[in-house]
Design a protein around this ligand. Structure first.
Ligand code: S3P
Length: 448
């Protein structure tokens, strides 16, 4: 079932060539951060191209509950009148972050060093995910958190009245953990330092700098060292959100596996901390090109062109690339099913604590549709059936996970018998126009 209503089963049948232009929505990571940093600045931040998916709308509602004025002007144009660093007020009610780990973890960080109390909850998926990875470092600032067993939501967070700056080495490669600490560090006097052994997406660092904070990033033997000087006055910004590479992945990968396809996906953010999938696909032999490469709002951007690629080969994905494509392994495993040979994915333990256990969800659904998958705790291997040779014909469980639902619908476009997902509802969290957009390109999607 989807988090906010009854299940929407959907079938994807084999289709003719996918052609045309796919204008995917704004970047989810940058959209969350635009609302949160806008709420922490003094004055009005204007945002265009905001992703109006459920996850981001939940973050917008949360910012209003903490005292910011969040206004939807229509057509992806929003404004946030912020209350300033340390200016959050205490919410009157429980904050429901829906399906969003990014939302809840970043908001916990943003309120952690202000002397207010807030209680957070979410849907069944979010309430099963670990929050200790964020509340442990926040405790070093003086923040208290009281959750369920295993550090799960619902959870009450009591912000530190007298926060102290923190130095923290992140034990897991996570931009959410890094960002929570940096946002908490905004209201602590002195330098807050986060050290990550593997570089994760750096939107928070880039955007904090844009809002006028002092952030120093150094690559050292210890890893990437990020130093934030606390208690800045954040200046409101005009933000144009680039389109989401993680959403672009779906029409791009569909075009690679559906015979005769040729799809243009314009204006995609290609921050190196996010673009690992596209590098991997090109190494596999995908006909994927970057056109009109440019810079927009401090982020590298290009138009992606993907054409049917019948000669793709399985590869060993370098584990050090994992952080830059962590959300893309489910759709990569679908492409791998249509390649020749084995695609080996190692160093991906984090996939087990996303919106679902993504290795388990994909392995079970792929096997049910005739694809061979082996797995261990932090690795999995897909043995490609080859182009046009995936049987399909089965139903896959989406497990309240948008990327699992979309991945299996893409599988169905090129599998012999099509594929059904038990619930396409979660797709609305990140890619609300997925169904009409893919249908316009030529996909055959129907609600069962
Ligand atoms: C995100 C970070 C990643 C990613 C998530 C978005 C972010 O999670 O999976 O979809 O916006 O910071 P982790 O930081 O937990 O790896």
């Amino acid at each position: 079932m989807s988090g906010h209503g009854t299940a929407i089963p959907m079938t994807s049948r084999p289709c003719g060539p996918l052609t045309g232009t796919a204008e995917v929505p704004g970047d989810k990571s940058i959209s969350h951060r635009s609302l949160i940093l806008g709420a922490l600045a003094v004055g009005e931040t204007r945002i265009t191209g905001l992703l109006e998916g459920q996850d981001v709308l939940d973050t917008g509602r949360a910012m209003a509950a903490f005292g910011a004025e969040v206004v939807n002007h229509g057509g992806g144009s929003w404004s946030v009148h912020g209350v300033g660093t340390g200016g959050f007020g205490e919410p009157e009610n429980v904050i429901d972050c829906g399906n969003s780990g990014t939302g809840v973890r970043l908001i916990m960080g943003a309120m952690a060093t202000t002397p207010i109390t807030a209680t957070f909850t979410g849907d069944a998926s979010l309430n099963g995910r670990p929050m200790g990875r964020v509340t442990d470092p926040l405790a070093l600032f003086g923040t208290q958190a009281f959750g369920r067993k295993g550090g799960r939501l619902p959870m009450t967070v009591v912000g530190a009245a007298d926060p102290v700056a923190v130095r923290y080495v992140t034990p897991v490669p996570s931009a959410q953990v890094k960002s929570a600490i940096l946002l908490a560090g905004l209201n602590a006097p002195g330098d807050t330092v986060v050290i990550e052994r593997e570089a994760t997406r750096d939107h928070t660092e880039r955007m904090l700098t844009g809002f006028g904070a002092t952030v120093r990033v150094e690559d050292t033997d210890e890893g990437r060292v990020i130093t934030l000087t606390g208690q800045p006055d954040l200046r409101p910004q005009d933000i144009a959100v680039p389109r989401d590479p993680s959403s672009a992945a779906f029409p791009v990968c569909a075009a690679l596996i559906v015979p005769g396809s040729d799809v243009l996906v314009p204006g995609i953010g290609l921050n190196p901390t996010r673009a690992g999938l596209f590098t991997t696909l090109r190494e596999m032999g995908a006909d994927l090109t970057y056109e009109n490469e440019r810079e927009e709002g401090g982020e590298p951007v290009a138009d992606l062109r993907a054409r049917f690629s019948p000669d793709m080969k399985g590869i060993e994905v370098p584990p050090e690339r994992a952080a830059s494509m962590i959300d893309e392994y489910p759709i990569l495993s679908v492409v791998a099913a249509f390649a020749d040979g084995r695609t080996v994915m190692r160093g991906v333990k984090e996939l087990r604590v996303k919106e679902s256990d993504r290795i388990d969800a994909m392995a079970k659904g792929l096997r049910a549709n005739g694809v061979e998958v082996e797995e261990g705790e932090d690795w999995w291997i897909v043995s490609g059936a080859g182009p046009g040779k995936v049987p399909g014909g089965s139903t896959a469980a989406a497990r309240l996970d948008h990327r699992i639902a979309m991945s299996f619908l893409i599988l169905g476009m090129a599998a012999r018998e099509g594929v059904t997902v038990d619930d396409a509802g979660p797709i609305a969290t990140s890619f609300p126009v997925f169904e009409p957009l893919m249908t316009r390109l030529g996909a055959d999607l129907s609600r069962v």
